[in-house]
Design a protein around this ligand. Structure first.
Ligand SMILES: [Mg+2]
Length: 242
């Protein structure tokens, strides 16, 4: 039986490594510090605004620029990711082994900037496991040329336009592409565009998720169709849950 899949799009943060490394909390704290120190938001309001901007715009940089704050993406990403303790992310040899057995195209699709994505993949020991990285810069090529902050909107998952760019850059048929993400809204948007979806890091499936896995390692047991083409080709390097 031939595989019904050609490609897997992997989200990065909280998908390829667990949400409880401390990195996610540190990022949130840095975003709140950015709102306070660079945007003059009162300390007490920063946590609420961070959540509101994330839910409404997909990210805080997107929200702040849409609201007219003239923030350069590099300054924002430097502040939010610059001081992170990347050593909290540990090499994942098991995931590396699993990725090497997957007989499909493998692409990172993250809202993060390329510097952060590269550092995280290096810490995980996975820097050579993916064909390409689709990231903030890929979705926002014209942002750096904008003269006004709200002239060009920041595109991020779960915006449909952002996902369409990713599908185009990846050059994939969404119906033959598996999309992994820990964010329920991203999964819903991906499903609406025809992607096959895996919600990662949760125990309960959301409506739009085709599969749910508590960790990315569980793909082996839960989404065995990934390895179907390898089996049909007589390839012995299939994962069997070991
Ligand atoms: Mg994520």
């Amino acid at each position: 039986m031939a595989s019904s899949l050609d490609c897997i799009l992997f989200d990065l943060d909280d998908t390829l490594y667990p949400f409880n490394t401390g990195i996610a909390d540190a990022v949130n704290k840095n975003i709140e510090d950015f709102l306070i120190q660079k945007c003059g938001i009162p300390e007490i309001k920063a946590p609420i605004l961070r959540k509101e901007l994330f839910e409404t715009y997909g990210g805080n940089l997107a929200g702040l620029r849409a609201l007219g704050h003239d923030i350069h993406p590099d300054d924002y990403h430097g502040f939010v990711h610059g001081k992170l303790a990347y050593e909290w992310i540990k090499p994942d040899f098991k995931l590396r082994q699993i990725l090497f057995t997957i007989p499909l195209r493998k692409i990172i699709y993250t809202n993060s900037d390329i510097k952060h994505a590269t550092k995280v993949l290096a810490r995980l020991g996975l820097e050579d496991c993916f064909e390409k990285i689709i990231c903030f810069e890929t979705m926002n090529p014209n942002l750096f040329k904008a003269t006004r902050s709200n002239e060009v909107p920041v595109l991020l998952k779960p915006s449909m336009d952002a996902i369409r760019i990713a599908l185009d850059v990846a050059n994939v048929d969404p119906r033959r592409t598996l999309f992994l993400d820990d964010n329920v809204s991203n999964i819903a948007a991906g499903k609406a565009l025809g992607l096959r979806t895996v919600l990662v890091g949760k125990s309960v499936k959301s409506t739009e998720a085709d599969y749910v896995v508590e960790t990315v390692h569980d793909l082996v047991q839960t989404v065995s169709e990934i390895w179907v083409s390898a089996e049909s080709n007589g390839d012995n390097e299939t994962m069997n849950g070991s």
